[in-house]
Design a protein around this ligand. Structure first.
Ligand SMILES: Nc1nc2c(c(=O)[nH]1)N[C@H]1C(S)=C(S)[C@@H](COP(=O)(O)OP(=O)(O)OC[C@H]3O[C@@H](n4cnc5c(=O)[nH]c(N)nc54)[C@H](O)[C@@H]3O)O[C@H]1N2
Ligand SMILES: Nc1nc2c(c(=O)[nH]1)N[C@H]1C(S)=C(S)[C@@H](COP(=O)(O)OP(=O)(O)OC[C@H]3O[C@@H](n4cnc5c(=O)[nH]c(N)nc54)[C@H](O)[C@@H]3O)O[C@H]1N2
Ligand code: SF4
Ligand SMILES: [Mo]
Length: 701
């Protein structure tokens, strides 16, 4: 019978929307809607919230381990499956060393406390230098910029959306993504409030996205153009004496160096290359610095470009030199109730380049190597070759560049163990799939995103349905104990079960608000710890406590930006590919849920009318898209929303091969964009994959 409503925080994206659910018999979720009283999201939800229930009921979602014998699959018991994984990992590590077993963990681990801690435990238990994660396809450039400038990768300021007068958005589409490193329920309402108080939202994107409708201005920008654009904005600010150099010098070093770099990038010099005329660049610079309170914000469109680290640094620099760093209405540091940063610093530290990938010499960053190196490390024989993979909550065949190459490499591994609840494009190649649990069964607490939310709200959602078997954390414990302390498997298992909740309680009690898990349990709509506040000077952790405005590893990459500007002038008629996200999708998954998957083909290639005419193509045509790495077929959509010379295809599709194990997703049309992206194209600073601005050709199939 339906009892009292349950309140639960959706874990599918960073918005952390509060849901109100009804559950029958402790097993059946009978209704889902937004929780109007939620202190972060105020009742806002997106279509994915309702899909959580369908995901829970999905018959294709695994409930017991699956093992593969050649091409045949069979159900297996937990003990058999876990014993097999541990025995073979131990054997491979004994024969070839610890690094022979690679570890990849995917995006959903950020959205689950038991998943986040499973990552740490498996990292320790496997002890491999071949650790990979999606950050090298995502936020590493921003983390690196923060580490260089503020001395800590996790010192990441977020825009004070609720109080700013001018929001400059580069390479983000919150109308689809619901905000990233800017955790905010109801982005639409919050953006409308900026406009209602007379503020401006200026969006720079090669596509006129859904977010353009929320902005006061949208400008097309050439893919990869952000670094040059930002240097030109800084050029204007310095040339017009709009930088209060005395004030900036009090908190930051490197002002003269930054000025000297920007000197060479006048708006007139970069305009043609970035696709924004000089007058507009000057106006944006002046409006930004003239606004009472302004913030510049960039996300994956910028991170995944050829200049991700440099452009991410320049966004931060713009906030600093205009006095908008760490102040109300500018960018500020959230204060998480359970702060994992000290733990992170302890476990990982602020490092990069401590080791390098064997084949291409790409640098480690925060304990992981760039995923673009994964396939070649598996394929290239010799000492240190990867021979096995443990993959937790990831679908790298669809999410890393040149997925088909990785697919071929995975097939040759001695052991591939996946912890996931679908047999998808990646896990179908595993020897064993250990099914993860649904979030309704594990409960939800965000250990990471409190650091990125636009308001200091903390919530805990206990499990709402009963279930048996281990979850991500338990699976990690079972593997870790078998590998490192088999003699205490039984006792360890019992002791370890509640460690994640105890860790949260400890962090809450010792954290800035001195709260506890019990208090959160008693506050189902969350505890509000208030709006963002300027920090007490503890977020800049460089040796001299000053912000570094011209960090050497980033400064040395600026000549490449100049070269790009010059080369763009001689650009021929070539097309480049960018990605996109959709509200009804979530990276490479949630496509097996009918309510989200239904409707039009969302993996069409978008192209502007001029380019389509030039190529003699029309909407609905089947086209072949070719890049250096590969080729795919897609249906063409002609739209005025794309910048000339730029086409767009979302990532995370290409499910046809799994139609036997994912019945809804498998019937969807559309290829994988990562069959076109190139594992050999990474930016040179930290090896981030370049996933936008991919040179391609398009022809009728
Ligand atoms: N071309 C291109 N490529 C991209 C991007 C892009 O914009 N363009 N974006 C990049 C970005 S930002 C990211 S974050 C990555 C994401 O890439 P990944 O992190 O590799 O993969 P996801 O697509 O998020 O797939 C998550 C997997 O985890 C499973 N899963 C879901 N919840 C759980 C759970 O609780 N436990 C376990 N064990 N499994 C679970 C799902 O079934 C799915 O198989 O993709 C990157 N790749
Ligand atoms: N519905 C939904 N929500 C999601 C996800 C999802 O897949 N679906 N994924 C989640 C994840 S893992 C992440 S990391 C976040 C990402 O959140 P966002 O950063 O908001 O991601 P996108 O929506 O991909 O927006 C990136 C934008 O950059 C633009 N762009 C591409 N190249 C360039 C360039 O060179 N310069 C500029 N200025 N713009 C460029 C693209 O056209 C696109 O509109 O979203 C999260 N939320
Ligand atoms: S925006 Fe949608 S996916 Fe993101 S937390 Fe809210 S309901 Fe979940
Ligand atoms: Mo991401």
């Amino acid at each position: 019978m339906a009892g009292a409503p349950h309140f639960f925080t959706c874990n599918l994206c960073e918005a952390q929307c509060g849901l109100r659910l009804t559950v029958e018999d402790g097993k059946r979720v009978t209704s889902v809607r937004g929780d109007d009283e939620d202190l972060l999201s105020h009742g806002h939800v997106c279509p994915k919230a309702f899909a959580l229930r369908e995901l829970y009921e999905d018959p294709d979602r695994l409930r017991v381990p699956r093992m593969r014998d050649g091409d045949a699959w069979r159900d297996a018991g937990w003990t058999e499956a876990l014993d097999m994984v541990a025995t073979r990992v131990a054997d491979i590590q004994k024969r070839h060393g610890r690094d022979a077993v690679a570890f990849y963990y995917g995006n959903p681990t950020v959205h689950s406390h038991r998943g986040s801690l499973a990552v740490q435990l498996l990292t320790a238990a496997l002890g491999t230098k071949n650790r990979f994660d999606p950050n090298s396809q995502d936020s590493n450039p921003r983390l690196f910029a923060c580490m260089q400038m503020y001395g800590d990768a996790l010192s990441m300021a977020v825009p004070d959306v609720d109080r700013t007068d001018y929001l400059l958005v580069l390479g983000a589409n919150p109308a689809a993504s619901n905000g990233s490193m800017m955790g905010l329920g109801d982005p639409k309402g919050r953006f409308a409030a900026i406009r209602a108080r007379g503020g401006k939202i200026v969006l720079l994107d090669p596509r006129r996205t859904e977010s353009a409708a929320w902005a006061t201005e949208h400008c097309f920008i050439r893919p990869d153009g952000d670094a040059a654009f930002l240097l030109a904005v800084l050029h204007v600010l310095f040339a017009d004496n709009r930088v209060d150099r005395e004030r900036v010098r009090a908190t930051a070093s490197g002002v003269p160096e930054l000025r000297a770099l920007a000197d060479a990038f006048s708006p007139e010099r970069v305009a043609a290359a970035v696709g924004i005329d000089a007058a507009t660049i000057r106006r944006i610079a002046r409006d930004f610095s003239g606004a009472a309170r302004a913030c510049a914000y960039s996300r994956v469109g910028v991170c995944q470009s050829a200049f991700g680290p440099v452009a991410s640094w320049l966004v931060e620099a713009l906030n600093v030199v205009t006095g908008n760093f760490d102040r109300e209405g500018g960018v500020m540091f959230p204060t998480a109730a359970a702060d994992i940063a000290p733990l992170g610093r302890l476990l990982i530290g602020n490092h990069y380049g401590r080791w390098k990938s064997r084949v291409r010499g790409l640098p480690e960053f925060l304990g992981s190597l760039p995923s673009a190196a994964m396939a070649e490390e598996m394929e290239t024989p010799g000492d240190g070759q990867i021979r096995a993979l443990v993959c937790l909550a990831g679908n790298p065949v669809l999410s890393v560049p040149n997925g088909p190459r990785l697919e071929r490499a995975l097939k040759k591994l001695e052991l591939f163990a996946a912890i996931d609840f679908y047999v998808n494009e990646t896990t179908r190649l595993a020897h064993v799939v250990l099914p993860a649990k649904h979030v309704f069964e594990t409960g939800n607490f965000d250990m990471v995103l409190g650091r990125f939310a636009v308001r200091n709200v903390v919530k805990y959602s206990p499990p709402i349905v009963e279930s048996e078997g281990p979850d991500d954390w338990d699976i990690a414990c079972e593997i870790a104990l078998r590998l490192r302390a088999p003699f205490m498997l039984r006792a360890g298992r019992r002791l370890a079960r509640d460690i994640p909740e105890r860790a949260i309680d400890f962090l809450l009690r010792t954290g800035p608000y001195k709260t506890s898990l019990a208090k959160l349990r008693a506050a189902p709509h969350g505890l509000d710890n208030g709006a963002l506040e300027p920090s007490k000077g503890d977020r800049v952790r460089t040796a001299d406590r000053k912000i570094r405005l011209a960090p050497p590893p980033l400064v040395t990459d600026v000549p490449r930006v100049a070269k790009w500007v010059d080369e763009q002038a001689a650009r021929a008629n070539g097309l480049v590919l960018i990605g996109r996200r959709h509200l009804r999708s979530n990276n490479s998954w949630m496509h097996n849920v009918h309510s989200l998957a239904k409707g039009p083909d969302r993996a069409q290639l978008m192209m502007c009318p001029d380019d389509a005419n030039r190529l003699g193509l029309e909407g609905g045509a089947r086209v072949r898209i070719k890049s250096r790495a590969g080729e795919v077929i897609a249906t063409l959509a002609v739209t005025g929303d794309l910048m000339p010379g730029v086409v767009s295809l979302p990532h995370g599709f290409g499910h046809q091969i799994v139609s036997g194990t994912m019945h809804v997703a498998g019937a969807l049309p559309g290829p994988s964009a990562n069959a076109l992206t190139d594992d050999q194209r990474v930016e040179p600073v930290i090896g981030t994959s370049i996933l936008n601005g991919i040179p391609i050709t398009v022809e009728r199939e």
